[in-house]
Design a protein. Structure first.
Length: 401
């Protein structure tokens, strides 16, 4: 059996770990970074936290399908290189910027020009045999969590010892190294001709069948459930501790714990998706996540927050890889890049809305209230999973024996 796909998978997985590490050195601590720039009013701080976390999603939502079409036409490796070189420049710029407006500008540019995860997953999906797709996408999901484990821990130490700016400089340097690794070592062996996609927005309309639209709605709710509280975790930790001093390190440790558990699940539980019903498994894990979110809300302590936050992501990290591997069976290989681009747009819309929803809730009620949104959106996700199961069963029942 040709094992070139394995070489590509493991190499891209390793590079993506480094890429997510580089983002996570400084990005999780932006609420502290802008306080250092003089933002101290609690309501303004929460509003700006929402804005700087929504800003990248605007550009990503616009550009993701465009990059997907270009990837299908000219190659997914090229899109990885574009995303990583742009990210290296932007991270360095975040370290140099002196104002909150500058932070917003670079974060907006990040959305338009980066997107390393989408590019990497699209490349891996194009190289991997379908019968190994759940495993491959699960492994790629683990790269995000592993990178976000090491990144905040290292970034928290750097922030508490040297300040926030060195975290962004280090991130830019590591990201540039990722660019070089892709340039010299990653090989794209499938679908590298310029005519492999229709290459226009008419293909988006053809892509959007009823099951695919249902998948995208499911992803939308799932992404909000996963991310709505994340931007406010640093402020929540600061509130529980009663001081900003040392809160970056504690936030990094809590984020690292969640990422370790998520990576463990993505490396192990997603293998079940190549053997058993993926939608049923996803429903099971979502139900577990909803149950765990309740004690997370009620904990009110750093230890309880850390434990239940980690368990929450242990349950959630397997859902999207299984959902994507199920959906790729509905999408032509020639349009994988486009599909991941459209998915990235939907994810970006959720990413844009999540911090603003959290901002509105935290200002209207409290930081604690933001965590109540987690079970709400995960329940909506679970409902969509049942819709997907019914659509699949109807399709199977209508096919001739």
């Amino acid at each position: 059996m040709d094992n070139n796909w394995k070489r590509t998978l493991y190499l891209v997985w390793f590079i993506q770990i480094l890429a997510l590490m580089s983002f996570s050195f400084g990005i999780p601590f932006l609420p502290f970074y802008i306080q250092e720039m003089g933002v101290t009013d609690p309501e303004r701080l929460r509003l700006l936290t929402g804005i700087i976390n929504s800003a990248p999603a605007i550009g990503m939502g616009i550009m993701a399908p465009v990059w997907g079409i270009i990837a299908d036409r000219y190659g997914k490796k090229l899109m990885m290189m574009r995303a990583m070189l742009s990210a290296a420049i932007i991270l360095t710029g975040l370290g140099l910027v002196k104002t909150v407006a500058g932070v917003v500008a670079f974060r907006t540019a990040q959305g338009f020009l980066t997107g390393t995860i989408t590019a990497a997953v699209a490349l891996v999906a194009g190289e991997t045999p379908r019968e190994k797709m759940a495993y491959a996408l699960g492994l790629m999901t683990s790269s995000s969590f592993i990178g976000r484990t090491v990144g905040p821990a290292v970034g928290g130490i750097l922030a508490d010892t040297l300040g926030y700016r060195p975290s962004f400089y280090l991130g830019g340097a590591v990201m540039f190294m990722c660019f070089l690794l892709v340039l010299f070592f990653v090989k794209e062996t499938k679908g590298t001709t310029k005519k492999r996609s229709e290459g226009n927005f008419r293909s988006i309309i053809k892509l959007l069948t009823v099951p695919v639209i249902a998948v995208l709605v499911t992803v939308f709710f799932l992404r909000i459930g996963q991310s709505v509280a994340r931007p406010y975790l640093p402020l929540y930790v600061q509130q529980l501790r009663g001081s900003i001093e040392g809160s970056a390190l504690v936030t990094g440790v809590i984020s690292a714990g969640a990422s370790i558990m998520a990576a463990l699940a993505a490396l192990t539980l997603t293998r079940l998706g190549d053997r058993y019903d993926r939608i049923k498994l996803s429903c099971l894990f979502l139900s577990g996540a909803i149950a765990i979110s309740i004690p997370l809300i009620l904990s009110g302590t750093l230890l309880g927050t850390g434990i239940f936050y980690a368990l929450l992501f242990f349950m959630l990290s397997t859902v999207e890889p299984m959902l994507m591997s199920e959906t790729l069976e509905l999408v032509s290989e020639n349009n994988h890049g486009l599909f991941f681009g459209v998915r990235a747009t939907i994810g970006s819309i959720a990413w844009a809305l999540s911090p603003m929803i959290g901002s509105a809730v935290s200002i209207r009620w409290s930081l604690n209230a933001v965590f109540y949104l987690i079970p709400v959106f995960l329940t909506l996700t679970l409902g969509m999973m049942f819709v997907l199961r019914n659509l699949r069963n109807k399709k199977a029942g209508s096919e001739p024996a």
